[in-house]
Design a protein around this ligand. Structure first.
Ligand code: UDP
Ligand code: MN
Length: 426
């Protein structure tokens, strides 16, 4: 199947990729808009996103609909002594995570882009550049800005970077300081490794040199919303399709138009994906129902973050292997003070607590140790097992009456019989 957004007939370069990073669901929104903007401008390269365990399962599935590859990495990974040194430098956690892009060695060359960037046109020509290419930083132009850079994945470079991070740290506490120190000859060695500023146009540059922006700005290729306030921090009116202005952005028409573009992509392409997922989660969150051997199992889900796939198959798989029709509470993986125990044998349910009505047995979830079940435990508030009433067989019913085995408390209770008589007489 053709990748989403790929123009028919466009040759795909499968060993090169745009790579971004999102360590949480909030930054995922930026990553999604970036990915969508690359798709909109029909990139021929693959799209890869690095995520960390904090990213929810729902957001992961949304990421999969935009990116070719979603790779989970640890915020801090085990890497020998470099790792230990980094552990004492918690501020480098995110820096370290970005460094993981060098481990994507199934690509020969990549372009890293921050999740707060947005492409305004096709920028595939960036792959003509060599490692390490980046654009000058607007605050200190002898340093590059690490929001957009060209690199070659390599475990050797990755390990050297880790070692460097452990030994020298980062002069700004982030990835930019570290990378500038590591690729320290960037400023002077090779002008070919200086990307034009248009490939990493920081929105703040609009303020600092507005004549240049007015002159060159129309050729901008990548906008970078660097700084504390990101596009997703603004309010947007979905009806009027306008960013709701407040004091912080009132001065810049350009910044507003970039923000509006970001929000247009978000509302047109990303929001529908998120809404679709939410709807699915809502319907799934009500109940998962399974029926086997006339026993209906209802799983009520409380955590929207656990994928339904994980929850659905667990219970039927817990049946006794020797006799698949027997399923004790333990085998249902529920132990520790069940309110009532049930064992299914063939099609009959035997209850060990006769006082309790057979229609509804409720087990409070204390699940067994397996990791899969632990996952379920986190997402399940309540398991109820409902015994479906048997279809009454008139022959059986008559025999029961003849043998004196009437259901006095249930359907054969006097009030029911009276009702039937009344209905018959009237
Ligand atoms: N990032 C992330 N989670 C965070 C902070 C940063 O995933 O909590 C990633 C994301 O790709 C982001 C990049 O690291 O774009 C650099 O951070 P940011 O863009 O916030 O820094 P700035 O460009 O504003 O200096
Ligand atoms: Mn950034």
């Amino acid at each position: 199947m053709a990748a989403p957004g790929l123009r028919p007939g466009l040759l795909r370069v499968t060993d090169q990729a745009f790579v971004t990073l999102a360590t949480n669901d909030v930054y995922c929104q930026g990553a999604l808009v970036l990915g969508q903007s690359l798709r909109n401008h029909t990139t021929s390269r693959k799209l890869a996103v690095l995520i960390t365990p904090e990213v929810s399962s729902g957001m992961r599935s949304v990421l999969h609909s935009v990116f070719d590859e979603v790779t989970e990495v640890d915020v801090l990974d085990s890497a020998g002594s470099a790792h230990l040194a980094l552990m004492q430098r918690p501020e480098l956690g995110i820096t370290f995570t970005k460094l993981h892009c060098w481990t994507l060695t199934h690509y020969s060359k990549c372009v890293f882009m921050d999740a707060d960037t947005l492409v305004l046109c096709n920028v595939d020509e960036l792959f003509d550049r060599e490692e390490f290419s980046a654009a000058p930083d607007s605050g200190w132009p002898d340093c590059f800005n690490s929001g957009v850079f060209v690199f070659r994945p390599s475990l050797k470079t990755y390990n050297l970077l880790l070692q460097f991070a452990a030994e020298h740290g980062s002069f700004d506490g982030g990835d930019q300081g570290l990378l500038n120190s590591f690729f320290s000859n960037w400023a002077t060695a090779d002008i070919g490794k200086h990307l034009p500023f248009l490939y990493n146009l920081s929105s703040s540059a609009v303020y600092t040199y507005s004549p240049a922006f007015n002159h060159f700005g129309r050729d901008a290729k990548v906008v970078h919303f660097l700084g504390e306030t990101k596009p997703w921090n603004y309010k947007y009116n979905l009806q009027t399709k306008r960013v709701i202005q407040d004091g912080t952005i009132s001065g810049s028409v350009h910044q507003l138009s970039f923000l509006a573009l970001w929000w247009n992509i978000y509302s047109a392409s990303i929001l529908p994906l998120i809404e679709k997922l939410q709807k699915m989660e809502e319907s799934e969150s009500e109940e998962y129902k399974h029926t086997f051997n006339r026993v209906e199992i209802t799983l009520k889900k409380v955590s929207p973050s656990v994928p339904p796939l994980l929850q659905v198959p667990v219970l039927p798989e817990q049946t006794n292997e020797k006799n698949p029709t027997v399923c004790s509470p333990e085998e249902l993986a529920f132990k520790a003070q069940p309110v009532c125990e049930a064992e299914l044998s063939g099609s009959t349910a035997h209850l060990s607590e006769p006082d309790r009505p057979s229609e509804q047995l409720v087990f409070h979830p204390a699940l067994q140790e397996t990791s899969e079940l632990d996952e379920v435990a986190r997402s399940v508030s309540e398991l109820s097992i409902c015994f479906k009433p048997e279809e009454p067989n008139p022959e059986d019913e008559r025999r029961k009456w003849e043998e004196g085995r009437m259901d006095y408390m249930g359907k054969d209770a006097f009030e029911h019989i009276k009702k039937k008589l009344d209905a018959f007489l009237h």
